[in-house]
Write a protein that binds this ligand. Sequence first.
Ligand code: AMP
Ligand code: MG
Length: 368
Amino acid sequence: MKRTLSLFLCLCLLTACAAGDSPASDASTPTEATESAANTEVAADAEFTAQVFAMDTYMDLKAYGPAAEAALAAAQERLTALDALFSATTEGSDVSRLNAAAGEPVTVDAETFSLIQQAVALGASTDGALDITLYPLSKAWGFPTQEYAIPDEATIQALLAHVDSSQIVLDEAASTVQLPEGMELDLGAVAKGYAGDVLAADLKAAGVTSALLNLGGSTIRVVGSKPDGSEWRIALQDPEDESAYAGGLALTDAVVDTSGGYERYFVGEDGVTYWHILDPETGAPARSGVISATIISENGLAGDGLSTACFVMGVEDTIAYWRAQQDFEFILITDAHELYVSEGIADSFEPLGNYADAPLTVVTYEEG
Ligand code: AMP
Ligand code: MG
């Protein structure tokens, strides 16, 4: 989906515009600007769209009704501001300052503090499958710069010595974060989910009751229902065929977070595919058998973190975690072409394309 979104480059980036009456159901199809709605009465189903490049991806925002145009302009600014705090590659961001000052406490914005605090808690609850301190490993594999390389085992082990988000020292009263020397952060696994939560809350506060926020394909947040009252339809990318969908979801007021190896990967000289989601145990791309993990929830930050964690944990550990937590739903796709769908979302999910006839297990709270 990320690749499809590169089409957005041709559109008017960083502008909010009134759009025609094109369907709102397809999260991956950009809408051309048609006319300005200024000075005219705005209908409840009038569609406004905005595109923004933030958090290393193209984001496509759609909102409906009289409050939508101003709210989307504010949303664009908010996304740019969050990116300026959370980016690991932008000089002067909170995360860059933390990484440059490992060993010393650094005062950060309250939002950065809260995001790190919640990501550390999720790391603990997933037994370390989510670890926001993997950045030195991501760099060794070349993912941030796309200058890919396969690090040798000694390099991996040396860098792994600095990976452990439970070692981050958080001082809430002072709003400081202190990384041990050698540690570096990357909030890429949780930032988009958090951003979707912020945007949805802002849009609702501005009076928007219907919106579809596609934050780069991997986080899709729907506000309310479609303007006609029907549910949003969200398509899941086929992890093995970028031109196809693996399934469709019908949803109201929810966030869908997907982690897939297909989002960023390279094929090594050894012919092996290496993707960007790393296993904190090995320092190498996670090989759990799960090739796409989708979390459906109301909390985008948790959903984003958990989609990454479940990709690392694999089917069995995800099921055990879900049975213990019971506050999200999941769809897992495995390298054996199987689907695992939690019972709370099974009725809203329809497998499509190459997955229409794939083995599908509905996972229940009760074992057996
Ligand atoms: P997502 O697309 O949400 O699964 O996030 C993947 C991004 O998070 C990667 O591009 C890395 O920047 C970072 N990352 C990779 N593996 C992990 C992990 N196990 N825990 C936390 N962050 C990770
Ligand atoms: Mg994630």
